[in-house]
Write a new protein. Sequence first.
Lengths: 438, 438
Amino acid sequence: MEKVTPRILPGFMELLPADQILFNDMYDKIREVYESFGFLPLDTPVIELSEVLLAKAGGETEKQIYRFQKGDNDLSLRFDLTVPLARYVAQHQNDLVFPFKRYQMSKVYRGERPQKGRFREFYQCDIDIIGGDDLDILYDAEMPAVIYHVFKKLGIGDFTIRINNRKVLGGFFASLGLSDKIEEILRIIDKIEKIGKDKVVEELVKIGVPEESTDKIIDFITITGDRKQMLESLRALGVEDESFVLGVNELETVSDAMVMFGMPEENFRIDLSIARGLDYYTGTVYETTINGHPEFGSVCSGGRYDNLTGYYTDKKLPGIGISIGLTRLFSQLRDNGLIAPKTGSMAKVLVIPMDKDVLPYAVQTANTFRANGIPSDVYYGTKGMKQKMKYAARMGVAYAAIIGTDEATNGVLALKDMNGEGGQKTLSVEEAIEILKN
Amino acid sequence: MEKVTPRILPGFMELLPADQILFNDMYDKIREVYESFGFLPLDTPVIELSEVLLAKAGGETEKQIYRFQKGDNDLSLRFDLTVPLARYVAQHQNDLVFPFKRYQMSKVYRGERPQKGRFREFYQCDIDIIGGDDLDILYDAEMPAVIYHVFKKLGIGDFTIRINNRKVLGGFFASLGLSDKIEEILRIIDKIEKIGKDKVVEELVKIGVPEESTDKIIDFITITGDRKQMLESLRALGVEDESFVLGVNELETVSDAMVMFGMPEENFRIDLSIARGLDYYTGTVYETTINGHPEFGSVCSGGRYDNLTGYYTDKKLPGIGISIGLTRLFSQLRDNGLIAPKTGSMAKVLVIPMDKDVLPYAVQTANTFRANGIPSDVYYGTKGMKQKMKYAARMGVAYAAIIGTDEATNGVLALKDMNGEGGQKTLSVEEAIEILKN
């Protein structure tokens, strides 16, 4: 038979079991924290009607969409989880309780040119809170509090959640007489970490920002200091624009609340250069960086939006959301040696019957292990003992429970520590359970 | 702004939160059992190259595929998890340890005409075991043992796992001189529960089975009896075909082992009418029915295959697999009232601060709850107490922890049982934790 080379598309992450276990462990930890804060699960379709999904899209986004025809339907694969959320909330608004807190941790699709660190299929782990009519500013502080617990639990090193407020930025640009250029300026300064100060100035000039204003913008977004100092510096500017004043107040309320929520000051700071490229943000915005790894970029971003559902419903549904790009984060952490698989086995113990006669006892032992919460595998092959032990070693299981005629007769087993440290001991099943439970 | 009607495609299941919690609970239970048997997680891409994914497909399957062009690539969405597994194993055979036990619980796509009980996007929950060169017949018994534990854990009522063996069927048809029609006959008799005996006979005649043989076939596949009786009846037929004899021996070994694995006899039986439509099965085959609900059809099916990876590699990789169609099963159970949501809340308790002054204490209380493993939500809105309690009631949370100035001052809280049974009690945080943990 002619063979087809088994392969996947570039830009798709597919893992070997040990890495997949590690990935799932991160996934499960994020989910656990999200649920501990009461976020409800959601699972929207991967395929949506293009008319619905792309109601708002355009430009760069639209080019990346996997879009196709099936029968009479013009279909698209979702490119994020935010637009499907907007559609879902608008569609089911009468059945939902607001504030509606939901998480979704699913794959999204972007047909980008594949390059290192860019994926065409990747997991986003989103939380959003949608208000019924309004949504208290304190929810803006709950978001980073959740993320703080997530990153603590992931245990992947120190991190900084950087917050800003779009009203502060917009208000400041307006005070420079640049009201008509706010969105363009936001998109340009959002790139400062990637392209540097000079390029930002260049691009600002290009869109018609006067040179004296570019200096002021750069000075502004590079103001540094601790939380209190930043707020003082902002107020000391004497900007009277209404949006600016409101934004500074929000920034103060949110950052004060973050402290109240138990976040250590070293894990967050106000950073006026955080703008976020997406145009639907209207207030608080977030980015998160792993300390010592600026090259990772932001690993968790989001913000406040006033009206995400405007394409689907007249009802105003303000919300706030934040998202972890898990596939990318995982691949960065792994490629930089910050995480590594601990095991390639899902079972804690491999039960090895030495011959067919002891099978019933071996199976019963494995069942007892499982009933005690210990994931257990049994080797049913008829190979020799050496082959069986080699299998246990290769699969990376922590323990082997070897059962021969003597063990079966006496109702015991020989528990072998596969890392060699504990050697091999003859134990009762109950004794083995105690060891395997740790 | 002109509005787009928010909606999804027919044939896609999207749930409200309470149903989604229920669905996830089933998903998690299946996953837990799969992992307890040592199956490794796998997560293959949704999009594959058509050349690779459709190496084997054809006919009905191919028509259902979501297939499209993106750039230079001819792409398809996976229609099951078995073909991607074959591709994965062939591709990574040098990095895997055999027998390779994996589970995958993911969405698959079939662009069928939507009808009740048929989905275009649905979860399959698969386990498969792939042998390196051979795979012991005992693994054929482990599959239903796993499924037995899954259905026990799901607690959705009595069920019967029905097993058969393709060699028995093929051997019997060969003994009737129908060697050249085996696959066609299998496909026809597989439909007997749907179309009935008469239609089966009609279709058999249509493909050229002599009338005397159709009677024999019907008599054969409707043999009944308990496990021992069935095996006796099969042997009493005196069929000498080699495949038949081997198949009967396999059926005996597998069913004996199922008893050894601890499966009660009432949860499985040999059923000679089980054929499975797919042509890659070569030995043991399974179907599972919920007792009293034949209209659900088989909720969990699978079988033994000798060479699934033949399109990708010369190495022979025999395996065995079984799959639960979770989306369909969930929708059937729900629509028939066999399952129902218990709660629409992910949080066990909603902490309600009566005013802004007690916020720090309220937040701290929620943090303490979470640190003790109790999912907790806090209401941050500024609405009146009546509104806050209404929110707690509507969200379906089991308890509300009400905190006013007195509670904050005294380091206590008023815990209200939202189901009304326990009323409202002033408790210390520690006392509340004890109650919430149950």
